[in-house]
Ligand binder design. Sequence first.
Ligand code: SAM
Length: 226
Amino acid sequence: MPLYIVATPIGNLEDISLRALRILKEADLILSEDTRVAGKILQHYEIRVPLLSYHHHSGITKINHIIELLKEDKKIALVSDAGTPGISDPGGELVHQVLEAIPDIQLEAIPGPSALIAALSISGMPTDKFLFLGFPPHKKGRQTFLTKIKASEYPVVVYESKHRIIKFLEELKAVINPQAEIMVGRELTKMHETAYRGDVNKILTEIKSDLNAQKGEFVVIIKNNK
Ligand code: SAM
């Protein structure tokens, strides 16, 4: 009844480990956030294993079904849309529920890409300690979120989508020291990969002035200069 938590690419299909490919090939079932996204990787690597969706809206009935399959000794692999399952995606809840139901489960991490680590690795900022805050809350809690960024003595890593990147940077600008060092990693490992570096004013000007810069997926890293 093993459950494998398998990291998959954050863009570039070559970023997948040999072990991840073997585990996916050997699985009885692959759980994926979006079966079309996982389907692309599986097709690319000629892996023919049944897919079952597991996403934010999967309720307890789906989780119980997965638990039953694990109890029946099925080898199950979990992948997310990008990167490491459980990092700012629904994988964490599944792992929690499975551990509650089957405390002695064979649970194995198959490590690999994660957008936050990729961004940190090219940030040029001190990365021996950092604070990862995930996505800013959409409504309630936004000010507290920004206050946490401003107060951090370590670089802070935030995920953001194309719909809200300008809004987030504008709100950041309103609270942050204008000298704070920022990197925005956009479309990492993909064709239009870009890293914007500088203070918040410079980065906002660059992203606002280019419609293409407002497309894709973003990681923002903020280092307060106190
Ligand atoms: N589990 C994933 C991981 O390990 O990175 C993160 C999942 S979270 C739902 C998706 C967010 O990760 C995106 O909105 C974006 O902020 C970030 N992200 C994912 N892929 C990215 C990429 N190629 N470039 C920049 N950011 C990316």
